[in-house]
Design a protein around this ligand. Structure first.
Ligand SMILES: [Zn+2]
Length: 251
C-alpha cells in the first residue's frame, strides 16, 4: 500500500530526475550549471569618475558589479582607494590589460599567447595584487580572443569575459554552463535593442538555469554609455523577478 507520504517522496525524486535529465540532455558536456543571476560589469579606467557617480544607485538596489581595470599604473592613490573600497563591499575588481592592447594586435605585432599573458596581462595583475586586490577574472580588451589564449589565461583566472559575437568554446551572454568559464557579454551601448532584450530575458531566467551577462563603460549619453535612468530600470526589473546580482567570478 503506497501512502501519500511515500507518493510525495517518489514524486519529488521523479521531478528532480526529470529536471536533471532535461537539463543535461540539452547541454551536452555541461557538468556545472551556471549560477542563476544577473551579472553586470563595467570596463576601462577612463570611466572611473562615472562609476563614482553611479555607486549610490548600485547600493540602493544592492547590485554587486565587476569592474575591469586597464592601465593600472596610471591610477592615482584616490582612485586605487575607491577600487579597494568597492572590493571590500562585495564588488569584484578584475584585470583588463596593462595597456588595453587587444590580443589580435598583439599577435599581428609578432606576439604569442604566452607573451600576451607575460607582457600584457600578468604585470597589471601582480601590481594590483601587491596593492591588496584579489584578481580572479579578466576581460579581453575589445573582446578579441581565441580558444588558445583562453586556455593560457584559464591557468591564471577563474573566469574570462569577452563581448558580443560568436567565439568558439565560449558561453553566450545567457550562459547555461560554467565548466569552461569563458563568457560572452551583451553590451549596454544604446545603439540597439539591448535593454529590451535584457529586460525580456530577465523574465525567464530562473526557469532556464541561466546567468545573464552584460557590460557597460561609462554613465551618460555617449555612444558606449548607459544612463542612470536606464540602469535603474534594469535594476527594478531584476528586483521584480527576484534575480540575484552575481560577479563574473561567481557565475
Ligand atoms: Zn576596454
Amino acid at each position: 500500500m503506497v501512502n501519500s507520504q511515500d507518493f510525495a517522496v517518489v514524486f519529488v525524486i521523479l521531478t528532480l530526475f526529470l529536471a536533471t535529465f532535461s537539463f543535461t540532455a540539452s547541454n551536452e558536456g555541461c557538468y556545472e550549471p551556471s549560477t542563476v543571476g544577473a551579472s553586470i560589469s563595467f570596463d576601462d579606467i577612463k570611466n572611473i569618475d562615472d562609476w563614482k557617480t553611479m555607486m549610490p544607485l548600485l547600493d540602493e538596489y544592492d547590485v554587486k558589479a565587476t569592474f575591469y581595470i586597464d592601465n593600472y599604473d596610471h591610477l592615482d592613490e584616490d582612485e586605487i582607494d575607491f577600487l579597494l573600497e568597492l572590493q571590500s563591499t562585495g564588488h569584484e575588481i578584475g584585470a583588463h590589460g596593462m595597456s588595453h592592447q587587444d590580443y589580435g594586435i598583439h599577435l599581428e605585432n609578432g606576439g604569442t599567447d604566452m607573451t600576451y599573458w607575460l607582457e600584457e596581462v600578468e604585470p597589471g595583475v601582480r601590481m594590483m595584487e601587491n596593492d591588496g586586490f584579489v584578481i580572479t577574472s579578466f576581460a579581453y580588451p575589445r573582446g578579441v580572443k581565441s580558444p588558445s589564449i583562453d586556455n593560457v589565461l584559464l591557468e591564471n583566472f577563474t573566469a574570462l569575459r569577452g563581448v558580443n559575437g560568436y567565439f568558439e568554446q565560449t558561453e553566450p551572454w545567457l550562459a547555461e554552463c560554467s565548466d569552461r568559464a569563458v563568457y560572452n557579454a551583451r553590451t549596454l551601448a544604446k545603439d540597439s535593442d539591448n535593454y529590451g532584450m535584457i529586460k525580456y530575458n530577465m523574465r525567464s531566467m530562473s526557469d532556464d538555469h541561466q546567468a545573464m551577462i552584460f557590460y557597460g563603460h561609462g554613465i551618460g549619453e555617449g555612444e558606449k554609455d548607459v544612463t542612470l535612468e536606464t540602469l535603474e530600470e534594469l535594476f527594478i526589473q531584476a528586483q521584480k523577478h527576484d534575480l540575484d546580482w552575481i560577479t563574473i567570478s561567481e557565475i
